[in-house]
Design a protein around this ligand. Sequence first.
Ligand code: ADP
Length: 194
Amino acid sequence: MKLILLGPPGAGKGTQAESLAKRRGLIQLSTGDMLRAAVKAGTEIGRKAEAIMKSGGLVSDEIVIGIIADRISEPDCANGFILDGFPRTLKQAAALDELLDSKGTILDAVIELKVDDAALLSRIENRARETVAAGGTVRADDNAEALKTRLMAYYRETSPLIGYYFAQGKLKTIDGMAPISEVSRQIDALLGDA
Ligand code: ADP
């Protein structure tokens, strides 16, 4: 099964992608995680992405499309994957369609996690607080200033994908304000036994 999780920053895409991947034996592909790993490792991509990510802006289409094209061509992705954080622009969505088409496959569904804008800031502040409490390092972009930029990028660049996938008949919308386990239950219900 090939799925996309779509939604604004703080919607819970990462949380749901991780548990859904475990439940269904799928590979979770998070461009955010991959880029953070590249920054940490100090690779060329990491060096190009670091400042943009910190400010909350979008890394270039060329870079993320390249990362995803390489990754989904690996054998472990043949059984299926969940994209979390990709695509984020119409150009990325079109590139993904072409990529899947060239492999003779298609997306099964795009799951949109719908959340209340006002809740996003407090969710992200909570995440930062919990990370500190657990002794971890807060993400460089988990602060009010970068979140504003991330939200703008979402509404400007990513939200048009809702229409794009609706028109393809792929869009399924879930209430992302429900508790985590309820969101998971709703996702399972809409995917069925497939
Ligand atoms: P969130 O969903 O919480 O905003 P992510 O971990 O998905 O966070 O992404 C963090 C940052 O990584 C983004 O703000 C952006 O700078 C970069 N990024 C991740 N995926 C993409 C993408 N598909 N296109 C462009 N930039 C991306």
